[in-house]
Design a protein around this ligand. Structure first.
Ligand SMILES: Nc1nc2c([nH]c(=O)n2[C@H]2C[C@H](O)[C@@H](COP(=O)(O)OP(=O)(O)OP(=O)(O)O)O2)c(=O)[nH]1
Length: 234
């Protein structure tokens, strides 16, 4: 049997979420989610094929960051590789899919998660890892005013950073008016600080703090330790 033709899919990561796209064809795949992309044409580089497919399917531009490990068989004649990518221009709009959703690490592979195409499933553990790493690298700018939040969001995106808006509940506050807005971003701290100064907000220093490293198993003695006391008999 000859080599399988390569299909490439893009794990487009923004904030700490990945874009999943719902297929409409063929009938057997309709309603199932994939990472948007398509077949690599003869003589084409996989990353160039992926960037081309994303313009065709989602009308936006991406840049490949890295490739996930391995390939996954789709059929006797097709195999799948997945690249992690970031948006560099435009907002994804579905032209061939009927639904786009942004999925976080915790929903990626759960019972409530997307009904992925079979060939995509082997990539999910590594993808969840990528999303968790993205979450810890994020900073949170907190703003009281929606317009300020929108302005910060626009500035960060215009400067090429990932930025996502979320509504933040202040601990201990119940009044809806007091719920500030948060912008999650991968921009460096000094940029975020400059923007929150300009827009009357603050940088949430605790956000994105890396999880503590796993505690190494203690080397516990398996038998009671004999304590040597001076003068105790030998
Ligand atoms: N793009 C993409 N295709 C996938 C994924 N998982 C998966 O099984 N497939 C399958 C579905 C299709 O059988 C095949 C890709 O076909 P396609 O129809 O998306 O590719 P294409 O746009 O280049 O197709 P064509 O109509 O031009 O031939 O790979 C995935 O995550 N992304």
């Amino acid at each position: 049997m000859g080599e399988r033709q390569l299909v490439v899919g893009a794990a487009i990561v923004r904030g700490a979420r990945v874009l999943a796209a719902r297929r409409t064809t063929p009938a057997a795949a309709a309603g199932r989610y994939e990472l948007p992309g398509g077949k690599v044409e003869p003589g084409e580089l996989p990353s160039a094929a992926l960037e081309r497919e994303i313009v065709e399917e989602l009308d936006c531009e991406i840049e490949v960051t890295t490739w996930l490990a391995g390939t996954s068989p789709i059929s006797d004649i097709l195999e799948l590789r997945i690249a992690v990518a970031r948006l560099v221009a435009g907002e994804p709009e579905p032209h061939e899919h009927d639904r786009l959703i942004w999925v976080g690490a915790d929903e990626l592979d759960g019972p409530d998660g997307p009904d992925w195409m079979d060939a995509d499933r082997p990539f999910l553990p590594e993808l969840a890892h990528v999303l968790r790493a993205a979450a810890t690298a994020q900073r949170r700018a907190v703003l009281f005013d929606e317009d300020d939040a929108a302005a910060v969001l626009r500035r960060l995106r215009a400067d090429g950073y990932d930025a996502e808006l979320e509504r933040e509940r202040l601990a201990g506050e119940d009044d809806d008016e007091d719920h500030p807005w948060a912008v999650l971003t991968d921009a460096p701290g000094f940029i975020v600080e400059m923007l929150v100064d300009e827009h009357d907000g603050w940088l949430d220093e605790d956000a994105g703090a890396p999880a503590p490293p796993p505690v190494a198993p203690l080397d516990l003695p398996t038998a009671p330790r004999r304590i040597k006391r001076p003068g105790a008999g030998s």
